[in-house]
Design a protein around this ligand. Structure first.
Ligand SMILES: NC(=O)c1ccc[n+]([C@@H]2O[C@H](COP(=O)([O-])OP(=O)(O)OC[C@H]3O[C@@H](n4cnc5c(N)ncnc54)[C@H](O)[C@@H]3O)[C@@H](O)[C@H]2O)c1
Length: 443
């Protein structure tokens, strides 16, 4: 099948699509394409996930507007079927790859999942199939790793017997479907004709600009986007520390800074988590490993953001000291374990880092998170007999906390806010010893 024939099959919706990896990226992607009239085959190595999807239960527990309904709809219409076996992909005209691409302890890419996909997919590739990597990749990976792995596993030649591109996903948990349908995409083909076919395919589901490019550019754009965000957050976090040390209020400062033209200061916070922002800057940096490029900003931003849970511990310790208590053997309630508000995504959770700090100091952590089964439950029951409450996540459940009731059940009235949820005046009026990231609380 030539690319022109593939484009015809896309146009007529006869093209069969495969999605490998049915997580935060792959599941909504499969649902949206199935809803656009394509037959979609989803493949994931987790049997439980596959069973749950086939039964119409999205494995994503956070607030994902429309996803449960869309999954039910496409299953009812027979547009989507999930499996653990790759054999179903032998009929696929297009295969998306959406598996995790983390970094290891040395901040280098761990492509074990991606490589395994290429090796299992290769023998299934039909002639003329188009493979699109949606996973985030270090610049150069499509050409230098994916192409070679697929060619070796399929014994086919890229650009002749099959086609390859990368279209990095831009979604955020909590807005998966909306982001997928309305955000611009960069369609990076290993040939210009491949990029054009990709644009045609994505145009069936995306109502936004679709920019054709080469694969390297698409990889650079995606990793730069997230590295840029990480650097911006690190800057806001550093200003928060400056405000605390000088007696300022970072939230007021930020509001006023952003009144200045062309300034858009980010929000400081208790830590940066998730699968993407903590590792995509390292994916970008790893592309120049061994080359004479003296990177400064990207690693420093990572270090600043990685230290924020430690700073939360400093705030807690200062409040405990004011109350005449010590951290050793204290019981601390942490509100929020997911990395993002109203999400169940716990990857690289800043709360987890904070809990490790607490445990090393001899304290006990009690965790509440309404989106994570093992941590759900009543906040006030969990708060019973704890020595302090530390807010890590801006879940909607914490926005109108009953402070009077909370104080009543605590051993000592200590409240630490890492997300600017609590009005300092309310906390003080309720009698708390209160710390809020980025500002000094004046009596
Ligand atoms: N989560 C996000 O918001 C987001 C946003 C943009 C880009 N991305 C990128 O998209 C990629 C996927 O992220 P995600 O959040 O969907 O990850 P995820 O962990 O939610 O999903 C990955 C899925 O791939 C499956 N998998 C792993 N190895 C497999 C294999 N060999 N064969 C079949 N399935 C396999 C896993 O079981 C899992 O269900 C990553 O590169 C990530 O950086 C994620």
């Amino acid at each position: 099948m030539s690319l022109l024939e593939l484009r015809d099959r896309i146009h007529s919706r006869e093209a069969v699509l495969g999605v490998v990896g049915l997580g935060y990226v792959g599941l909504p992607l499969a649902c949206v394409f199935a809803d656009a009239g394509f037959k979609c085959i989803g493949v994931d190595i987790q049997q439980e996930r596959v069973d749950s999807i086939n039964a119409g239960r999205s494995p994503i527990e956070g607030e994902e507007p429309g996803l449960d309904e869309l999954l039910s709809k496409v299953l009812r219409a027979g547009g989507l079927h999930a499996a653990t076996s790759y054999s179903a992909l032998s009929s696929a005209d297009v295969i998306f790859i959406a598996v995790e691409t983390p970094v290891d302890d040395q901040h280098l890419p761990d492509y074990s999942a991606l490589t395994s996909v290429c090796r299992m997919l290769g023998p299934m590739l039909k002639a003329g199939a188009l493979v699109i990597v949606e996973s985030t990749l270090s610049p150069g990976t499509t050409d230098n790793l994916v192409r070679q792995e697929l060619e070796a596993a399929s014994m086919k030649q890229c650009g002749v017997d099959f086609f390859l591109g990368t279209c990095p996903e831009r979604v955020m948990p909590g807005k998966l479907l909306a982001n997928l349908r309305t955000m611009n995409r960069v369609c990076g083909g290993t040939t210009p004709e491949t990029a054009d076919a990709m644009v045609e395919l994505y145009a069936t589901v995306v109502d936004a600009d679709l920019d054709p490019s080469d694969a390297l550019t698409a990889e650079l754009v995606k990793t730069t986007e997230n590295a840029y965000r990480d650097v911006q957050i690190a800057f806001a976090n550093e200003i928060a520390l400056i405000c605390e040390a000088t007696g300022g209020d970072v939230w007021r400062v930020r509001d006023l800074v952003n009144k200045s033209p062309f300034r858009s200061m980010h929000l400081p916070g208790a830590g940066v988590g998730g699968h993407c922002i903590p590792k995509d800057p390292w994916l970008l940096a790893s592309s120049v490993q061994g080359k004479d490029v003296p990177l400064r900003v990207i690693p420093v931003a990572r270090a600043v953001n990685d230290r924020m849970p430690n700073h939360m511990l400093e705030l807690l310790q200062s409040a405990l000291q004011e109350a005449g208590r010590s951290l050793r053997s204290a019981r601390i309630l942490i509100l929020g374990y997911a990395y993002l508000e109203d999400s169940d995504d716990v990857r690289n959770s800043p709360s987890a880092v904070f809990i490790q700090h607490l445990q090393s100091a001899g304290a006990t952590a009690v965790v509440h998170d309404p989106y994570i089964t093992e941590y759900s439950g009543n906040i006030f029951t969990k708060a019973q007999d704890t020595d302090a409450v530390v807010i890590f996540v801006r879940h909607k459940h914490y926005l109108d906390l009953d402070l009077v009731r909370l104080k009543r059940v605590l051993q000592s009235p200590i409240l630490i806010d890492g997300r600017n949820i609590i009005d300092p005046a309310d906390a003080m009026a309720s009698g708390f010893i209160f710390r809020s990231l980025g500002r000094v609380i004046h009596e």
